[in-house]
Unconditional design. Sequence first.
Length: 296
Amino acid sequence: MKKLSLLLLFILSVQNFFAQSLQFYTGKRDFIPIEILMEDGSTKKGFAQDFMLPDVATFSIMGKGPKYANLDRKEVKFKSSKSDSQVQLIPVSDIKSLLYTNEETQEQFQLDKRLVKEINKDQELESEGKVLMLPLMEKGPINLYGYRSMMCKADFGNNYSAASNGNENDCQLTYVMIYLSKPDDTVAIAPVDYPSLSPLDLFNLKTLYKKFYTAYEIVGADCPEFLKKVDEARQNDYFSNKTFKEKKRATDDERKAALKGKKGAQASKINMKYRSAIYTDIYKKLIDDYKDSCHK
């Protein structure tokens, strides 16, 4: 049960991941200001529709994550100006990246096109994969990409659906998908495909954990010193409930102090900030090892 609890924490209990700047969409999405980097090196500036920016949140059943997040779309609806009545359809095959800057906060958000491949049951990279536009979570010598899937209580009743306000305490994160890719690579690796996990998978966590180490070994194969770090992490059972508890404990006092006198949405935002750091740090540790070992 201890082993089961960790994966459930990763999949079901990270309701505080990526709190800031969250946008929820319950109907037709607006055109937002965007910069499109094309495969031929050119740039298009204007407005695009249907990608969930600045954050990506999908309200889906298991197995439908990328589809409901609109990451697998084949074209982008684009207008040169918001007032244009004519909409262009730009094939994703012609696009390299989508860049968005929040005009109020000046935060920058990015989606990069990648051929996503998963680690199969034989601990090998699958041969084919699928093309997705991946949200960039952390930029570095190894980029961390991902999206989240949330379940929220609707304002109009007790049924669960897409909520209108992501800052209230009525949302639960069902899972967060993670992808690893070098900045100039065309392929991204999905260590564990959370949307397709079966109940049986939850009782075979050793195999799932192995996929994380395999993914880092593949993406960092150009650096022998880093591979030693991955093997060391494997020997020490880095991806474990112990690691999660240690990272949570390290910031718990600071989080509790920040929560004093705060309630509702304000308290939720604070929890989100600290909890999200726990999960990103778990994945970033080996990325930092790659940077220290190979990019001094």
